[in-house]
Structure formats: structure tokens, C-alpha cells
Design a protein around this ligand. Structure first.
Ligand code: UAG
Ligand code: ATP
Ligand code: API
Ligand code: MG
Length: 488
């Protein structure tokens, strides 16, 4: 419980109507969760506007409301706070309400189109191995010193996020590593948080359904670095075209990592195989268990963060060399008779698909075929569909287009959108099988000795979302099942 006036610190207030000395039991941005004693913050969304639910929140017991405006007559039992930006206010108020947890943790944020989960998870594993209690906020899972809390978003809403950080601080975590999605920056889910560091992986095509233009998408990601304080570090990928732009307006200490140019954290790949990477980092030769050039970048980012957080360079590399990646990221399973190599990967953007397929090509020993199973999410960026279709066909021998969370859309229409990007040669390589299980079965049965089957897009996900219902589905489980079935 907090006094309302105590949790308004940092909020850009334009007017106050009522008593700010009242007690607040909890903070809510969703009227459906409001109860007696709640503070309701009305936030404008993409589907509806929280301002429409102010009356409902009051009927359910809200004692205070934060909003940008209100049209209903004011109730004298409720305190109204008018603010310039209620999403930003939600971040500030949630942070205050939960006792400013980010200031009791060393909070590091990771942003970029691909690699956030991998980098944040590697940091969590590394710092845990180094002996610290740590927290992780990620697409796959949220973790507090080993205890897993299921994750619904890459970056949760401001209230859930601050509640999570509070738990981390209370259980004695020293560090918290979190993914910062572009949606989170744009929706101010991270407002009010104090970060000790920020990392940038890369920026390529994704989420244009939401941000509309690539420039707006860049602006959202850059917004994270613009918010960092002067005593924080900001580490960017110097090999990414937009890497330096990301840091141009940050107050934080700027640092770079690279495989191609001069950088604070410079890597060179010596060997890249299915057993891992051998590379030099600032002239130290190390073997890592992660596979592929894109993971060399992720490892450099992690190394840079660890050194910036004051860890010993030798010890960091020693521990990092033993660590495996995040679930569903280049997860490979060989069939019992060593016949097929199946790889489950979360590549759901054109760039990630190119990276994973070019990594596979480099790992081939001879003329093994690459058979790719891939789909595109419904109610998500439609413009990436033909590009992903084309990328899959250009870089594989055979391709099966299938469903990947069609959500409210017609699965056949999504497949048709993917087919639109294909030239005549590519058209000869693909078939469409909307049922993902059948698609995986077909791919495994098509595979000859030592062929490689890539199942892309869902990675760690344990569901297939169709018309608002999440049905259990697990690519790795289905792959194993098909290996068994086809062995008989
Ligand atoms: C597009 C998007 O980001 N949507 C998020 C957004 O919802 P919205 O803008 O649609 O909200 P809305 O339904 O319009 O409602 C506006 C406000 O009114 C409130 N409301 C609504 C209904 C009601 O009866 N009462 C009420 O008070 C809502 O709680 C909200 O505060 O705010 C909600 C609350 O914070 C989020 O749950 C929701 O995530 C949806 C489910 C989602 O799918 N988001 C994805 C796209 C997302 O955020 N992805 C990123 C990146 C993924 C990645 O690449 O890794 C992520 O960080 O997860
Ligand atoms: N540094 C990287 N550069 C390019 N591609 C990468 C990189 N790291 C991982 N990938 C590819 O992108 C996929 C997603 O990786 P990861 O889950 O780490 O990214 P993410 O940024 O967390 O994605 P999301 O936005 O969905 O949360 C991986 O399965 C792999 O195919
Ligand atoms: N977390 C991201 C990626 C989901 C990947 C893919 N499986 C899909 O459903 O599009 C999102 O919600 O946009
Ligand atoms: Mg992620």
C-alpha cells in the first residue's frame, strides 16, 4: 500500500482534482483487473482506448484515476490526476509503487531485431555461473534466481515488469538482464527504469505492421539508448549499418563490438562447425558451444557487457565457453539412426532466416540437402511474408510453407502471401502444407541420409495459435515423434 502523492514522482502532471493523500492498494492499466483501492491509469492502445473504461474502473472500486482527459462528470469520491502522457505516467507510477526496483538492481537492457533473447539469456547464464543471483526478462521465460515464471511478452507491460523487478530485488538478485522490444520502447513500458547498460544487436525488417516505416522502427529502438544515463554503458554492433546511429544521442559511455572492423570488443572466427565456434576475442582464442556467425556477434555483445560490468576478462571467457544458448535457438536433434539432422530455430524474420540458412550451408560436409519448414505469423507484419518465402527457397533445396500462429487470419491467405515472392525457379522448390505437423512429417520423410531439416519460426513456443485459441504444439516434440514414426 502507498500514499498516492508518494507514487507520483517523475510524472508530468497537468492538473489534480481531489485528495492525493489517499492510500493506493494496487496500480492497474487494465480496468478488468481493478478492485477496491486501485489506481487506474487510462492508456491509449492499438485496439481500444483505456479512457473509455474510466467509469467502469470507478464502478469496480478505483479510488484514483490517471488519464490524459476525461469526459464523464467527476466523482467527488475519486482523485483525478491529469497527465501529459499516460503510458509514460504508467511506467513512472509503477516504478514508484514497487519501490523503484531498478535502482536496487544492476539492470541491463538488450534491444535489436534478432538476438535479444540469446544475448539476455547468455548474460543470465554467465552471471549465474559467476556466482551472482540474477533475474531474466525474456521472450522464452522470466527467471528469478532459477525460478521460472512464464512469459507472455518479450517485454511485459509496465505494471507486470515492475512487479517482476521488485521480486528480483526482494530475492537478493544483484543483476537483471532484460529484452527491450521496440513495442516496449514505443509504448513506454520501460519509462522510469534506471539501466546500468544497454546493448544493441542489429536492426532488420520486422514489425512494420506496428511501426509502419523502417525509420519509425529505428527511432523506437534508438529511443532506448536516448534514455540511458551518463554513468551507463551503451554497446553497439559496429558491423550493423544502423549500429552507430543507435548511439548517436545517448549520454551513456559508447562502446562497439565487431567481426569486421576496429572495435572495443573485436572478434575473429577461426572455426565454425556443428560442435561450436572457435574464435578470438581481443586476441584470446576460445572455443564456444554456440553455432554460427550470428552467435559470434551475440557472444561479443555478452563479453562486452561482462567486461563493462567489471568482470575479469579471462574468467568471463572461461565461463562463457561452457554456456549453451537459449531454448529453440539453433536447437538440433539427430534422429536415432543418425539419418536426419533436425534443427529447430526461432528465425521469424528474413534476416534471421538468411543467417540460420547460411550457417547451415557452411556446416554441410558434402552435398546434403537442406529442407526448410517455415511459416509467417498472422496479425503480424505482412510485408515480410513474400521476403521470407523467397529467402527460404533461395537458400534451401526444398521448402515446405506451413502455418505459424495464424491467429485471426486465414492460414491459406498467409501461405498465398508467402508464395507471392517466388520466381519460377523458386516455385519448383516448394509445397504448401497448412497443417504444421503434416509439414514436419513430410519434411522428415523427404530427407535422405544426413540431410538437414530446418524447422523455423516457433523455436521454444509450445503452442499454435488459431482463432484466439492456443493449441499445444512443440516443434521439437513433433520432430522426435516423426523420427519415431518413420523409423517403424
Ligand atoms: C500491439 C501491442 O503491443 N499490444 C499491446 C497493448 O495492447 P493494445 O494497445 O492493443 O491495448 P488495447 O486493447 O487497445 O487497450 C488499451 C488499454 O486499455 C486497457 N483496457 C482494455 C480493455 C478493457 O476492457 N479495459 C481496459 O482497461 C488495456 O489494458 C490497455 O491498457 O498493450 C497490452 C497491455 O500492455 C499488451 O498486452 C498488448 O500486447 C499484445 C497482446 C501483443 O500481442 N503484443 C505484441 C505485438 C508485442 O508486444 N510484442 C513485443 C515484441 C515481440 C518480439 O518481437 O519479441 C513484446 O514485447 O512482446
Ligand atoms: N545476432 C543475431 N543476428 C541475426 N540473427 C540472429 C542473431 N541471434 C539470433 N539470430 C536468429 O534470430 C532468431 C531469434 O533469436 P532471438 O530469439 O535471440 O532474437 P530476439 O531478438 O529475442 O527475437 P524476438 O524479437 O522474437 O524476441 C534465432 O533463432 C536465430 O535464427
Ligand atoms: N514474439 C514475436 C515473434 C513471434 C514469432 C512467430 N512464431 C509468430 O508467431 O509470428 C511476436 O509476437 O511477434
Ligand atoms: Mg526475444
Amino acid at each position: 500500500m502507498s500514499k498516492l502523492s508518494d507514487i507520483l514522482y517523475g510524472v508530468r502532471i497537468t492538473a489534480i482534482n481531489g485528495d492525493t493523500g489517499i492510500a493506493i492498494d494496487n496500480v492497474q492499466i487494465d480496468s478488468r483487473k481493478v478492485g477496491v483501492g486501485s489506481l487506474f491509469i487510462a492508456v491509449r492502445g492499438t485496439l481500444s482506448d483505456g479512457h473509455q473504461f474510466i467509469q467502469k474502473a470507478i464502478e469496480q472500486g478505483a479510488v484514483a484515476v490517471i488519464a490524459e482527459e476525461w469526459t464523464e462528470p467527476l466523482s467527488d469520491k475519486v482523485t483525478y490526476i491529469q497527465v501529459a502522457d499516460s503510458a509514460e505516467a504508467a511506467g513512472q507510477v509503477a516504478h514508484n509503487f514497487y519501490g523503484r526496483p531498478s535502482e536496487q538492481l544492476q539492470l541491463v537492457g538488450v534491444t535489436g531485431t534478432n538476438g535479444k533473447t540469446t544475448i539476455a539469456t547468455l548474460l543470465y547464464k554467465l552471471f549465474t555461473a559467476l556466482g551472482y543471483d540474477c533475474g531474466l526478462v525474456s521472450t522464452v521465460e522470466n527467471v528469478i534466481s532459477g525460478n521460472v515464471i512464464p512469459s507472455t511478452h518479450t517485454t511485459p507491460d509496465a505494471v507486470s515488469l515492475n512487479a517482476l523487478l521488485r521480486q528480483m530485488a526482494d530475492t537478493g538478485c544483484k543483476y537483471a538482464f532484460m529484452e527491450v522490444s521496440s513495442h516496449a520502447v514505443h509504448q513506454n513500458r520501460i519509462a522510469g527504469l534506471t539501466f546500468v547498460g544497454g546493448l544493441f544487436s542489429n536492426i532488420t525488417h520486422d514489425h512494420l505492421d506496428y511501426h509502419k516505416t523502417f525509420d519509425e522502427y529505428i527511432k523506437a529502438k534508438k529511443g532506448f539508448f536516448d534514455q540511458l544515463p551518463a554513468n551507463a554503458f551503451a554497446i553497439t554492433n559496429a558491423d550493423d549499418k544502423r549500429g552507430m546511429v543507435m548511439l548517436q544521442n545517448t549520454a551513456a559511455k559508447k562502446m562497439t563490438y565487431s567481426l569486421k572492423t576496429v572495435a572495443d570488443f573485436k572478434g575473429k572466427i577461426l572455426e565454425n562447425s556443428l560442435t561450436g565456434l572457435v574464435m578470438t576475442i581481443n586476441d584470446q582464442e576460445v572455443h564456444f558451444r554456440l553455432i554460427g556467425e550470428f552467435n559470434a556477434y551475440n557472444l561479443l555483445a555478452v563479453y562486452g557487457a561482462a567486461v563493462s560490468l567489471g568482470e575479469d576478462k579471462q574468467q568471463t571467457l572461461q565461463y562463457l565457453s561452457n554456456i549453451t544458448g537459449a531454448e529453440g535457438r539453433f536447437d538440433y536433434i539427430v534422429s536415432q539412426n543418425d539419418r536426419v539432422l533436425g534443427i529447430v530455430d526461432y528465425a521469424h524474420t528474413p534476416d534471421a532466416l538468411i543467417n540460420v540458412l547460411s550457417t547451415i550451408k557452411k556446416l554441410r560436409k558434402g552435398h546434403e540437402q537442406v529442407i526448410t519448414v517455415v511459416g509467417c505469423g498472422g496479425d503480424r507484419d505482412r510485408t515480410k511474408r513474400p521476403v521470407m518465402g523467397e529467402v527460404a527457397c533461395e537458400n534451401s533445396d526444398k521448402v515446405i510453407f506451413t502455418s505459424d500462429n495464424p491467429r485471426s487470419e486465414d492460414p491459406l491467405q498467409i501461405l498465398a502471401d508467402m508464395e507471392e515472392g517466388l520466381n519460377t525457379a523458386a516455385k519448383r522448390k516448394f509445397i504448401s502444407i497448412p497443417d504444421r505437423k503434416q509439414a514436419i512429417k513430410t519434411a522428415v520423410s523427404m530427407a535422405g541420409p544426413e540431410d538437414i531439416v530446418l524447422i523455423a519460426g516457433k523455436g521454444h513456443e509450445k503452442y499454435q495459435e488459431i482463432k484466439g485459441v492456443k493449441h499445444h504444439f512443440d516443434d521439437k516434440e513433433v520432430l522426435q515423434e516423426m523420427y519415431e514414426l518413420l523409423r517403424k
